[in-house]
Design a protein around this ligand. Sequence first.
Ligand SMILES: [Zn+2]
Ligand SMILES: [Zn+2]
Length: 125
Amino acid sequence: MRNSKAREIILEELKGLTTHPRGDELYDIVRQKLPRISLSTVYRNLNVMRQNGLALELHCGDYNRYDANIMPHNHFLCRRCERVWDVEAGSLPEPASAGALSGFRLEGQYTVFHGLCADCAASTG
Ligand SMILES: [Zn+2]
Ligand SMILES: [Zn+2]
């Protein structure tokens, strides 16, 4: 199987999701189209996509999660159900900027907010 074909399908599947899947969750989905793909191939391709700016790798909770939405936006991680939501940039206060780093090219800032989602907040009372 050609790597570029696998990458195309992985990216296509990731673009269809707003759930910010873990690598193994994405593997389960991609496997329905590419039954012979391995988990390590999925991770390797995700890594290439991240390096090329095609996907974001989010360090949320205990897992790395992936997002094909590369427009600047923030995330909300529910500590109870561990789901991740997109939060539009600007709808919650931004932390202080990283400041000037000489020679660095700043491309954006991704913030992960923590707390309880509406469902979990309602069930805790
Ligand atoms: Zn929740
Ligand atoms: Zn996102």
